[in-house]
Design a protein around this ligand. Structure first.
Ligand SMILES: Nc1ncnc2c1ncn2[C@@H]1O[C@H](COP(=O)(O)OP(=O)(O)OP(=O)(O)O)[C@@H](O)[C@H]1O
Ligand SMILES: [Mg+2]
Length: 377
């Protein structure tokens, strides 16, 4: 006998600012195979002119309040467009959707300095006005997921590990789930619990920038261009000497640290653009696999999620460096581009059920906290 549907939508635009992903999940179908729980997925590309404004604002090249407010409004409508398209495509009745969990678009992320004795100024801001989303869809919205964790002394990131544990966790197994988005984050899973995790460093953000600058293409499709180059060991060492990689967890990062200016300041002109791209790919693979080794020296499998899974050269290199079997998340019924949006659908469910969404072992918060603010339908 099937139980009543428990349908949530999740909306996500990550640090790559490539697209908004919207996913509809039926969480009641726990007895069904994972595949059948995903009832729709919609992708809405972010127009190039908006993307460059978001990147300028998030890398602090632009620091204006009106720009922040304008983008909050514009993205609010783009998120609503994406949710509307999903509702239509999946043939959903609005009254059947319990809530939409909307991550929004991060434009600033300044977590507390971990292990610091002193309270230090920290914040994390996501925009894409949830009021617009609630008004246009007529569905309850949960948003602003990160700031309660910051208020409790946490990094507010990554937040997906508790969802990774829920979806990928298996009894008496230790696994690591990895998100290859703009940045890479890992989740250590023991049975269905998350016991650790952090941002390992950049995943695609620097490769995207360098590819756009040198080839005019916003992404290095399949990693084909990187595969024509050779990683430069000196440059790799220099990039890996960034203090972030040595920091102890809890830790999280963003465009405030790893951005175009930082990359340009590390380069010397004798290295060809393709070799730089190959070095950036190696940086992602190496920093990720080092992080996995330190956080989970013994682990049964590594599950890869996020847009970076489409970069064949990157996945091949991670598979060579990793000391465990590497699997694509599609083996668990979620496509790589669905995982983060699904996580925020699940975090909305947690919010409405008054259950915590953070993992203090990951964010370093003082304790478990109920995450997100509710905007009524
Ligand atoms: N076919 C492909 N070949 C190579 N890389 C790809 C391909 N498709 C997507 N990508 C990479 O994936 C990135 C988008 O991934 P994703 O949407 O998971 O990241 P994100 O939006 O930054 O999310 P996050 O919040 O996890 O950082 C693109 O910017 C690109 O670098
Ligand atoms: Mg994305």
């Amino acid at each position: 006998m099937s139980s009543a549907p428990d349908i949530y939508l999740g909306l996500m635009s990550g640090t790559s600012v490539d697209a908004i992903d919207a996913v509809a999940i039926n969480f009641s179908a726990t007895s069904m195979p994972h595949e059948q729980r995903v009832i729709g997925h919609q992708v809405l590309s972010i127009p190039e002119r908006i993307k460059s404004r978001v990147i300028a604002l998030s890398s602090m090249a632009e620091d204006s309040l009106s720009e922040n407010l304008e983008l909050d409004y514009i993205l609010g409508h783009l998120f609503a467009d994406c949710a509307e398209k999903l509702i239509e495509q999946a043939n959903l009745k609005r009254s059947d959707i319990i809530a939409i969990g909307s991550h929004g678009q991060t434009i600033r992320h300044k977590p507390p300095i971990s292990n610091s004795e002193q309270p230090n100024l920290s914040y994390s801001q996501q925009i894409a006005d949830p009021n617009i989303l609630a008004e246009r869809t007529g569905v309850k919205v949960v948003a602003d997921f990160r700031r309660r964790d910051i208020a409790a002394g946490g990094q507010a990131a990554p937040l997906v590990p508790t969802f990774h544990a829920h979806w990928f966790g298996e009894f008496e197994q230790r696994k690591v789930a990895v998100n290859l988005g703009g940045f890479a984050n890992i989740s250590v899973l023991e049975s269905d619990r998350c016991t650790g995790g952090f941002d390992s460093g950049p995943a695609n953000v620097l490769m995207d920038y360098w590819c756009q600058k040198n080839t005019g293409s916003p992404i290095d499709t399949n990693g084909d261009w990187a595969a024509t180059g050779k990683a430069d060991p000196k440059l790799l060492d220099k990039l890996l000497s960034a203090p972030y990689f040595e920091l102890a967890a809890p830790k999280s990062t963003g465009r405030e640290l790893f951005n175009a200016d930082w990359l340009e300041s590390q380069l010397s002109p004798e290295i060809s653009p393709a070799d730089v791209q190959a070095t950036l790919l190696e940086l992602t693979a190496k920093s990720l696999c080092d992080a996995i080794k330190s956080a989970a020296p013994v682990c049964g499998e590594i599950i890869l999620c996020g847009g970076g899974v489409h970069n064949e050269a990157l996945v091949a290199r991670i598979t060579e460096l990793a000391q465990a079997e590497v699997k694509d998340c599609k083996n668990y019924g979620l496509k790589p581009d669905q995982v983060e949006a699904a996580a925020f659908a699940w975090l909305a469910k947690k919010r409405l059920e008054n259950e915590p969404g953070n993992s203090p072992a990951v964010t370093g918060a003082k304790g478990y906290r109920i995450l997100g603010a509710v905007y009524s339908d």
